[in-house]
Design a protein around this ligand. Structure first.
Ligand SMILES: Cc1cc2nc3c(=O)[nH]c(=O)nc-3n(C[C@H](O)[C@H](O)[C@H](O)COP(=O)(O)OP(=O)(O)OC[C@H]3O[C@@H](n4cnc5c(N)ncnc54)[C@H](O)[C@@H]3O)c2cc1C
Length: 471
C-alpha cells in the first residue's frame, strides 16, 4: 500500500529488470525513488530472452504484473534432454510439475516484453524513470549521496541502488569509497572476483520444423551445450554455450564481433540439437544473433555507506538455470522489505542505514549465493566439464526426480514482499513456498534450542556431503 509520507529518497541507477522491479517494490512501500537509465529507451529489443520461474513470478504477482506478463505467452510443457549424437537421453514434464507444485507456470519471453510490462505498469509514476541519464560518478557523503550523470545533471538522495548490471559504476564508486576508508585489501579481493570461462551465442528464430510450442530442448556435448525453448507460433529462443580455451579474469574478458561469431559457429552447424533438427536449421533462420562471454561474479560486499548494489552488479551468474533475473527480483523484494523498516526509524542516521543494509545482506546473500553456485554448476554439467558431470549426464534418466525436487526446493525458499499478502495462486500448489525470513528472526528462533541446532548441523553436514556427490 502506498503511504502518503515518504521518508526515504532512493536513487536507482539502471532501468533493467532489477531497477524497474525495485521501483515497483519501493512504490508499494511508499518509498520515494527516481530511476536513472543510460539508454535512450527502457525497453529496446536486444534479442535477449527471459524465463519466468515461480520464485520471481510470485513477486511479480504481488506487484500486479504477472497476469499481464504471461497473457498470450505459450506456457512451457515438456523438457527433452539430448546427447551430442541426437539420441534422446530423457524427457520430463517438469514445467507442468512446477506449476502443480508452486502455482505458477514457467514461461519464456523476449526480455523486451518483461521490461515493457514493468515500465508500463508504473502508470503515472513512469515519469520517475529518466532515460539518457548515464551515471558517471557517485559520491558517498555522510548525510546523503550525490550522483553525477554524463549530461552534467546531478541527483541527490538518502541512498543509491546500483542496478546497473555487470559493469556497474555504482559498484566501482562503492569500491572507491571503501578504498578511501582503509579497506584496500577487501577491494583488491573484490576486483579479482569476476571470471569468464564460457561464451554464449544466442538468438531468436521463427518456427523451425521439428520444434513445437511449449517444448524445451537441452543438448549435452563435450565442451558445449544447446538450449532451445519454443514459444507461441514456434518462435525459437536458442542458445549455444561453449567452454572457452581458457578462463579470463575481469578486464581481460573478451568482447566478440560478428566475424568471431561466424567463425565460432562453423563446427557446430551440422551438430544435432534434437534427433531431427541440426543447429544450422535454427541458426540460418535466426533474425537475431549475438555472442557474449558469460561473466561469473559473486561479490562479498553488496553495500557500503549509502551505496547498495543488486542484480547482475553483484551476483552475475551463467544463464542455463534461468535464475539471473528471477533472483534479482527476489533481491529487490527483500531490499524493499528492509528499507520499509528503515523508514520507520525517525532520524534515518548512518548507523540505522548500516544496520538495515547489513540485515538485508545477511538475509539474502546466502540464498542468492546458493542459486549462483547451482547456476554455474549447471553450465558445467551441461557441457560435461568433469568426470562427475559426465557420470551425472549418463545417470540422468534415473536422477531426473532428484533434480526436479532440488529445483523445487530452491524455488520455494524465495523472498517475497512483506507489505502485500501472498497471492492466492501461490498458496494453491501442492508444495507451498517457505518464505525467506529475515536473518534476525532466524536468530531469535535459533536461541530457543542451541542443542537442537548443534544436532541439526551434524545432520546437515552429513547430508551436504551426499549432496556434493549428487551435484
Ligand atoms: C543469454 C542470456 C539469457 C538469460 N536468460 C535468463 C532467463 O531465462 N531467466 C533469468 O532469470 N535470467 C536470465 N538471464 C540473466 C538476466 O538477463 C540478468 O540476470 C538480468 O537481466 C539482470 O538484470 P539487471 O537489471 O541486474 O542488469 P541489466 O539487465 O544488465 O540492466 C542494467 C541496466 O542498467 C543500465 N546501466 C548500465 N550502466 C549504467 C549507468 N552508468 N548509468 C545508468 N544506467 C546504466 C543498462 O542500460 C541496463 O538497462 C540471461 C542472461 C543472458 C546473457
Amino acid at each position: 500500500m502506498e503511504s502518503s509520507t515518504p521518508t526515504l529518497n532512493v536513487v536507482i541507477v539502471g532501468g533493467g529488470i532489477a531497477g524497474l522491479t525495485l521501483a515497483h517494490c519501493l512504490l508499494k512501500n511508499g518509498i520515494n525513488f527516481v530511476v536513472l537509465e543510460s539508454r535512450g529507451e527502457v525497453h529496446a529489443q536486444d534479442g535477449a530472452a527471459l524465463g519466468m520461474l515461480p520464485n520471481g513470478a510470485r513477486i511479480l504477482d504481488q506487484l500486479g504484473i504477472f497476469d499481464d506478463l504471461i497473457e498470450g505467452v505459450q506456457p512451457l510443457r515438456k523438457c527433452y534432454f539430448w546427447s551430442e549424437d541426437g539420441e534422446l537421453i530423457a524427457e520430463d514434464d517438469s514445467p507442468v510439475e512446477f506449476e502443480k507444485r508452486h502455482g505458477y507456470c514457467s514461461a519464456f519471453m523476449d526480455r523486451q516484453r518483461v521490461l515493457e510490462k514493468l515500465y508500463s505498469k508504473l502508470g503515472d509514476h513512469r515519469d520517475r524513470v529518466l532515460v539518457n541519464k548515464k551515471t558517471i560518478n557517485v559520491e558517498n557523503l555522510p548525510d546523503g549521496i550525490r550522483i553525477h550523470c554524463a549530461d552534467g545533471s546531478v541527483y541527490e538522495g538518502d541512498l543509491v541502488v546500483g542496478a546497473d548490471g555487470v559493469r556497474s559504476i555504482v559498484r566501482q564508486s562503492m569500491w572507491k569509497s571503501m578504498d578511501e576508508h582503509g579497506l584496500q585489501a577487501e577491494v583488491e579481493k573484490e576486483k579479482t572476483t569476476m571470471i569468464s570461462e564460457y561464451n554464449c551465442i544466442f538468438g531468436i528464430a521463427p518456427a523451425t520444423p521439428g520444434l513445437n510450442p511449449g517444448e524445451i530442448h537441452r543438448t549435452y556435448g563435450q565442451g558445449y551445450s544447446f538450449l532451445a525453448v519454443i514459444g507461441k507460433e514456434g518462435r525459437v529462443w536458442w542458445f549455444l554455450f561453449t567452454k572457452m580455451s581458457r578462463k579470463y579474469n575481469g578486464s581481460e574478458i573478451p568482447r566478440f564481433k560478428q566475424s568471431d561469431m561466424d567463425e565460432h559457429v562453423l563446427p557446430y552447424l551440422s551438430t544435432p540439437v534434437t534427433r531431427s533438427v541440426r543447429f544450422s536449421e535454427i541458426y540460418e533462420r535466426a533474425f537475431f544473433r549475438n555472442m557474449l562471454a558469460l561473466e561469473e561474479s559473486l561479490y562479498k560486499h553488496w553495500f557500503y555507506g549509502r551505496m547498495v548494489c543488486i542484480g547482475d552488479s553483484v551476483h552475475k551468474m551463467t544463464p542455463n538455470m534461468g535464475q539471473g533475473a528471477n533472483s534479482a527480483i527476489e533481491n529487490c523484494a527483500m531490499l524493499a522489505n528492509y528499507l520499509a523498516k528503515l523508514t520507520k526509524s525517525p532520524a534515518c542516521k548512518p548507523e540505522d542505514i548500516r544496520r538495515c543494509l547489513q540485515g538485508w545482506q545477511t538475509t539474502v546473500q546466502p540464498r542468492i549465493s546458493g542459486i549462483w553456485y547451482s547456476a554455474c554448476d549447471l553450465t558445467r554439467l551441461e557441457t560435461k566439464a568433469t568426470l562427475k558431470h559426465k557420470v551425472l549426464i549418463y545417470l540422468l534418466p534415473y536422477l531426473l526426480g532428484i533434480f526436479i525436487n532440488k529445483s523445487s526446493a530452491l524455488m520455494i525458499g524465495a523472498a517475497k514482499l512483506d507489505c502485500s499478502p501472498p497471492p492466492a495462486r501461490s498458496q494453491q500448489g501442492t508444495v507451498p513456498f517457505k518464505d525467506l525470513t529475515p536473518s534476525e528472526e532466524k536468530r531469535d528462533s535459533g536461541s530457543r534450542g542451541i542443542v537442537l541446532g548443534a544436532l541439526l548441523v551434524g545432520f546437515v553436514a552429513v547430508g551436504w556431503n551426499w549432496r556434493r556427490l549428487l551435484v
